[in-house]
Design a protein around this ligand. Structure first.
Ligand code: AMP
Length: 215
């Protein structure tokens, strides 16, 4: 079961990826998380990637493809995975196809969310500096302001969740990632769903797609 989630930043790919990981019993792989982890270890590639990320731009393909390649080749991905944030353009999709070989990806689900909703979601987003759990000041606040429910870590605003950077990320998405829809639609793999519905509804719709009973 190889599932790819596509959608603009703030469309809920990360949240759905976590939920699907439990429902489908396959790992949730976020390219953004892999890049942030790489940057936090101080690795040269990671630090280079961070410069692009902080500006809201896509990191060069060669910096992200290597990370994804080794992650999807790990033993826990034998039964599949839920990919979130990769691929982001047709060139990356081709690379993924190459790495996976026969069979390739089974389902590509596009989460569609209006721009205004996204700006509201990302502007209020807070991230735990220790375990990475996500919160929202309005929709999903922590029990104690500024502190993670899970580990007590301090919550912060990611550099790329600031409003001007969010707008840049959305522009980048429209310019560079939307062509990906055409790539997967042309191969009969793409299903578009309403990502502005409730978290539970979105999960059920994705599950219907992967079970092949969404028609
Ligand atoms: P995300 O957590 O998916 O919103 O990703 C955060 C940032 O990581 C993006 O704005 C990009 O700078 C970078 N990034 C994540 N995935 C990719 C990718 N597949 N290709 C290029 N850059 C990426």
């Amino acid at each position: 079961m190889r599932v790819v989630l596509v959608g603009p930043p703030g469309s809920g790919k990360g949240t759905q990826g976590d939920l699907l990981q439990k429902r489908l019993a396959v790992p949730h792989i976020s390219s953004g998380d892999l890049l942030r982890e790489s940057a936090s270890t101080g690795a040269t590639e990671g630090l280079k990637a961070k410069e692009f990320m902080d500006r809201g731009q896509l990191v060069p393909d060669e910096l992200v493809i290597g990370l994804i390649k080794s992650r999807v080749s790990a033993p826990d991905c034998k039964k599949g995975f839920v990919l979130d944030g990769f691929p982001r353009n047709p060139a990356q999709a081709e690379k993924l196809q190459e790495v996976l070989g026969n069979g390739g990806v089974d389902h590509v689900v596009a989460l569609e969310v209006p721009e205004q909703t996204i700006v509201g979601r990302l502007g209020g987003r807070r991230t735990c500096s220790v375990c990475g759990r996500l919160y929202h000041v309005k929709f999903n606040p922590p029990r104690v302001e500024g502190r993670c429910d899970n580990c007590g870590g301090e919550l912060f605003v990611r550099e790329d969740d600031r409003e001007t950077t969010v707008r840049e990320r959305l522009a980048v998405y429209t310019r560079q990632t939307e062509p990906l829809m055409g790539y997967y639609a042309g191969r009969g793999l793409l299903r578009r769903i309403d990502g502005a519905a409730s978290t539970e509804q979105v999960t059920e719709r994705i599950m219907a797609v992967v079970r092949g009973c969404d028609d």
